[in-house]
Design a protein. Structure first.
Lengths: 194, 189
């Protein structure tokens, strides 16, 4: 038993000896010098890497700044489209001139103060309602006059709408007698093929 | 402008002289270890030197961040092993060619017959080591470099000594079996 163990131990140590001998290889004398050279060139590489990082960060910042400027200019141009300006000038009267009255028109429902709180530049774009300025003025005057009582609308309230036109009496209509003349056959034998 | 940037970058990442000196000491005391670890995988002197050098350059880059400097050898060994295994996988054909041409190092022999025997033995041994799984192989290699004991190998691999012991036992058993099988196969021929 002991002899077996000794044999086993010897075999293991012999094996280790073989492996040790196989691994008993030394690097070449230039190896350390090569490693030192490789390491010496390392800071320069690291410096250039850092430089590249600086350059990359700078370029990225420039791209972001340009993108921000472009998007802002686009935003401004969408807020003030050139083709909308004449339409607004033509259709919307200055707020100071608008009389705050209740009306069916969406524009005149709001009070002048409400308009004043919201500058026109920040209003979302919505379709404009085009009304003839004279018609609009007349309607405003009518509504304002009614509210103030300066206009008398009683005649308008009492007026009846004519439903149908007056027709003449039926007796006066003369309908001529309708006479139907018999059809006379043409000359020839009756029933013969023509 | 460029010079200024270079100076600034150099001052930011330049290694202090004390660190350089410390690294130099580590390099001198661990160069053979790194080389042998790489050699145990690649079996080619020049490739092993390349890998060991690569490992040292990587170690130099990360040396400042290494908190526990006493673990430098363990760190280096694992890095070298990993680099060597990667190189072996990427470059298997070249490694086998070199093995055919150069062969593993042969222990000094007195006669030509002894030299042939030694070469054959070494070839068998490396073939047997190559059949081991990686975790057994690294244990058996490290335990036979620089007379590392089980505690040293455990520290180098960051494993409990008991694990190293059992792996070493298992590795030796398998190696013996492999070598016996190879020898008996050779005798039959």
């Amino acid at each position: 038993m002991d002899a077996e163990r000794r044999d086993e131990a010897l075999t293991a140590s012999a094996l280790d000896g073989e492996i040790r001998a196989a691994l008993d290889v030394d690097p070449s004398p230039e190896f350390l010098a090569r490693v030192r050279t490789g390491i010496a060139s390392e800071p320069a590489r690291a410096t250039s890497r850092l430089l590249w990082k600086f350059v990359a960060v700078g370029a990225m910042a420039a791209v972001i700044a340009i993108a921000a400027v472009v998007s802002r200019s686009n935003e401004m141009s969408s807020m003030f489209p050139a083709d909308r300006m004449p339409l607004q000038a033509r259709t919307v009267a200055p707020f100071s001139q608008i009389v705050p009255v209740a009306s069916g028109f969406s524009r005149t429902e709001r009070s002048a103060e409400a308009f004043a709180l919201r500058p026109a530049a920040h209003q979302p774009p919505e379709p404009e309602i085009l009304i003839d300025p004279r018609e609009s003025m007349a309607l405003r005057r009518l509504i304002a006059g009614t509210r103030e009582g300066t206009l008398d609308l009683s005649a308008a309230l009492q007026a009846t709408t004519p439903t149908t036109m007056d027709l003449p009496p039926l007796s006066e209509i003369a309908i001529p007698v309708i006479t139907i003349d018999p059809i006379t056959p043409e000359a020839g034998d009756e029933g013969a093929r023509q | 402008m460029h010079d200024q940037a270079v100076r600034l970058a150099g001052s930011l990442i330049g290694v202090e002289p004390e660190l350089e000196q410390e690294f130099e000491v580590r390099l001198v005391e661990s160069s053979t270890l790194a080389f042998r670890v790489a050699f145990s995988v690649l079996r080619h002197r020049q490739d092993a030197e390349d890998i060991a050098q690569e490992a040292f350059v990587k170690a130099y880059r990360g040396f400042r961040q290494l908190r526990d400097r006493d673990r430098f050898r363990a760190w280096l060994v694992r890095m070298t092993w990993r680099l060597a295994i990667d190189r072996q996988r990427n470059d298997r054909r070249r490694t086998s060619r070199e093995q055919e041409n150069a062969g593993p190092p042969i222990p000094p022999a007195e006669t030509a017959t002894e030299a042939v025997d030694a070469r054959e033995r070494a070839e068998h041994l490396w073939a047997a080591i190559d059949t081991l799984p990686e975790k057994l192989r690294v244990v058996v290699v490290l335990s036979n470099i620089e007379e590392h004991d089980i505690g040293d190998v455990a520290r180098l691999l960051g494993l409990p000594p008991g694990t190293v012991k059992s792996r070493l036992f298992l590795a030796r058993q398998r190696l013996k079996e492999q070598l016996q099988w190879m020898l008996s196969d050779e005798t039959r021929r």
